[in-house]
Design a protein around this ligand. Sequence first.
Ligand SMILES: NC(=O)c1ccc[n+]([C@@H]2O[C@H](COP(=O)([O-])OP(=O)(O)OC[C@H]3O[C@@H](n4cnc5c(N)ncnc54)[C@H](OP(=O)(O)O)[C@@H]3O)[C@@H](O)[C@H]2O)c1
Length: 300
Amino acid sequence: MSKGLKRRPAIPFCVFLFVWCFSLYNIPVMNFRPIPLENKVVLITGASSGFGEEAARMFAEEKCKVILAARRIDRLQDLASKIQDAGGEAIAIPVDIVSPEDVDNMVKTAVELYDRIDILFNNAGIGRVGWYEEHSLDRDIDLLIKVNLIGMMRVTRMVLPYMIARREGHIINMVSVAGLIAAPLIASYAASKHGARAFTDALRREVAPFGIKVSGVYPGPASTEFGKHIGSNVAYQSFRYKLKLRMSSTYVARRIVDVAKRPRRSLVIPWWFRIATTTEAIFPYLVDWITMIFSKFKHK
Ligand SMILES: NC(=O)c1ccc[n+]([C@@H]2O[C@H](COP(=O)([O-])OP(=O)(O)OC[C@H]3O[C@@H](n4cnc5c(N)ncnc54)[C@H](OP(=O)(O)O)[C@@H]3O)[C@@H](O)[C@H]2O)c1
């Protein structure tokens, strides 16, 4: 280190902080001029409710051709009609992402129709809350991994060769803040989402030479139908109602469309959840201690 820097240790510290903030908020890799989304073919899994449904509407407003996929075909058809009535373009394909045949059919139908998939929004997912010893092996643990992790990987595996052939594409994976911080009561969900994060990061690094972008989206709690299917747990309910931090699905969907316009490696929503995720990365023992106190009082 030069004499000047030795005398002013604040300088290297400020440089480090500046570079770190830049990298944390993806500034070096972010497109400041938004990419026009007009005519992009967007495949959205889990489009029958919540983030997927809202994002589908917003992508259609940007003049994208949207392919809506989920199990509840009636809801998808209803949404497709609404988008078409508003002057947009949308088709509905029934799919259970746990089924290899369904996924194969979905991707082939989409490619036959549009010849390409420009943006894949891997959004379908389920949750489960409860103390881990109460989780059932098949309904909770197995299914969560099959839908949230293997489902996402399966859809991507089928879409990727088409993107590689065209040397372009953008894969947006819906992870969760639970993919960055593993909290009590959501062990199976956190495991599936940590897997989804690892998959997202590895894939980004692998397919970048082909011009394919891979982004991870990490929202905190939001108001969607998700809460209706996660099961009930007294400790979770008391925590959830005390913590009145619920984003609207419209807000999250708007941010997802922004990721498509300005691709970046990751997006934590809301931004200040970064404080918690950074604390977990730098002071894991502190987070252990806080969460263990929670378990001590609630896990009876
Ligand atoms: N809400 C939150 O607090 C929150 C926070 C962070 C991350 N997330 C993640 O965001 C994603 C969307 O959740 P959401 O909040 O919008 O909940 P949601 O309203 O319950 O939507 C979940 C979607 O996934 C679909 N889906 C579930 N299992 C499927 C399967 N086997 N095959 C195909 N589609 C399936 C559902 O459609 P069908 O039932 O019609 O198949 C539905 O469209 C999930 O990955 C979730 O983990 C949610």
